[in-house]
Design a protein around this ligand. Sequence first.
Ligand SMILES: NC(=O)c1ccc[n+]([C@@H]2O[C@H](COP(=O)([O-])OP(=O)(O)OC[C@H]3O[C@@H](n4cnc5c(N)ncnc54)[C@H](OP(=O)(O)O)[C@@H]3O)[C@@H](O)[C@H]2O)c1
Length: 316
Amino acid sequence: MRNNNILVLGGSGFIGRYVVNFLVGRGCRVLVPTRRRSRARHLILLPTCDVVDANIMDDATLDRLVARQDAVINLVGILHGKEQEFHRVHAELPRRLVAACAKNRVARLLQVSALGVGASAPSMYLRSKAAGEAHIQASSLAWTLFRPSVVFGAEDRFLNLFAHLATWFPFLPIGGADAKFQPVWVEDVARAIANTLDNDATFGKTYELAGPRIYTLRELVHFAAGAAGHPRPVIALPDGLARLQARFMEFAPGAPLLSRDNLDSMKVPSVASKQPFVPAPELGIRLTPMEPEAALYLAGMHRRTRFGALRARARR
Ligand SMILES: NC(=O)c1ccc[n+]([C@@H]2O[C@H](COP(=O)([O-])OP(=O)(O)OC[C@H]3O[C@@H](n4cnc5c(N)ncnc54)[C@H](OP(=O)(O)O)[C@@H]3O)[C@@H](O)[C@H]2O)c1
């Protein structure tokens, strides 16, 4: 590949691990900074992947990481936090990244955003992502932006969460039950990113990434619980109760399962702007339907292993 040395910010995360695997498979040398090396242990054994402990929020560190790379892929993102945290991670990091790339003459930058972003969107998540996009679009770099809907895959924290909750509760009360999503498979997202890396035709373009079918949240929860072997009634909470539930979860220990900002994000349908969604040919992907693929991992047939999907398909 023309771009051979790639810095992948957020490479330790759910989507990142697939992106890194594709890049390594194509012979790239990949550098993945992380705040906790243990989080990226699945990448350490990959032959041409270096995982380093680094604080990417420090300018000098970011500069050192970007230096001598051919391209940068930014997958860093958060779902919960206060306004300043969203701003720091989703808006400031892309701005600093643009500056670091320009300074170190790294021309190629790929950024993962989200469907529904907008400067006046109803959630901090969507507004901060829009601000990050704006910094990249205003740059003179060879950038490409991706806006996925919710992403599903063996390690996802969306369908797996509902499948998990269904093992504990006799019914599932949810807010935003009618919110719309168009789930896209993690391998399709990662392949699209890897395929565009060297393709000049994708420079300066923003690509939506969605699956073949639109679902309501209620349908997704129902599916996940059933596929996990615990079919449960799904109860749609009215807005007031949903916000109370989310507020309660925000104050529970650990990372919240749901926040009021998540509910606000769901007010914008997470679906592609044109239906039926047809991915741009230069992305080189064919859309994978959710149900057969997700049913395999939700049924526990493969558990967070690199080869799990292959094993599950082979029924081993
Ligand atoms: N998953 C989805 O359904 C979905 C849908 C639409 C858009 N997206 C976007 O796609 C991107 C990747 O999503 P994902 O699901 O793979 O996320 P993820 O699994 O939560 O991974 C997030 C990554 O960001 C890094 N990170 C988070 N906060 C950070 C901070 N404060 N400082 C430094 N690094 C930080 C983490 O690195 P370490 O913890 O290793 O340091 C981790 O590698 C995100 O931008 C997300 O908004 C995801």
